[in-house]
Design a protein around this ligand. Structure first.
Ligand SMILES: [Zn+2]
Ligand SMILES: [Zn+2]
Length: 175
């Protein structure tokens, strides 16, 4: 299914939901859905607001919040809480399956595709429990931060060395 078909499909799903819920089918709501399904990856409300800012007529923040709520309810959007207080969202339909790698230093989120891990979790039988879906977040340090932390450490070992030398010296003196 290409993205035009995907957009058509989610639009129909949204219409069904809005009709069932007796909610107004405003062009703003459809514009938000269309925008979300034009992108991939994760976003927060602030970045969505900013990205949609150029659109005329402008969409209010209240409309954004309220539409996101509707999209969550009809499961066209997924919500994540990656450790911080900010909620992140992503399209749910026709989105490549992935886990999430979260850097605890810079908060960057990467998609992690591991089909073996996916099937292991999905085939897992749990006693007296029927799983429906799962979400996996792996916290750690991204390669960019690891490099920077390594650079910082390069200064520290010299300090440690000099301390060691001083200690050795003092030991010699003591002897
Ligand atoms: Zn990082
Ligand atoms: Zn994701």
């Amino acid at each position: 299914m290409d993205n035009i078909q995907t957009k058509e499909h989610v639009k129909n799903e949204f219409t069904k939901y809005l009709t069932a819920k007796n909610c107004r089918k405003t062009p703003e709501r459809y514009a938000i859905l269309d925008f979300i399904y034009s992108e991939t990856g994760h976003f927060d409300i602030d970045s969505l607001c900013e990205a949609m800012n150029n659109r005329r007529p402008r969409i209010s923040r209240a409309t954004l919040y309220n539409t996101m709520q509707l999209l969550l309810e009809c499961k066209l959007v997924l919500k994540h809480q990656f450790g911080s207080n900010i909620s992140y969202y992503e399209r749910s339909y026709n989105n490549d399956f992935h886990h999430h790698l979260i850097c605890t230093n810079c908060d960057a989120v990467q998609e992690y595709k591991d089909l073996e891990l996916k099937s292991q979790i999905q085939n897992k039988k749990i006693k007296q429990f029927t799983p429906a879906l799962y979400s996996l977040y792996i916290f750690g340090i991204c390669s960019k931060c690891a490099k920077e932390l390594k650079k910082k450490k390069k200064i520290q070992p010299e300090e440690t060395n000099s301390t060691k030398t001083t200690n050795k010296k003092s030991i010699t003196i003591n002897k």
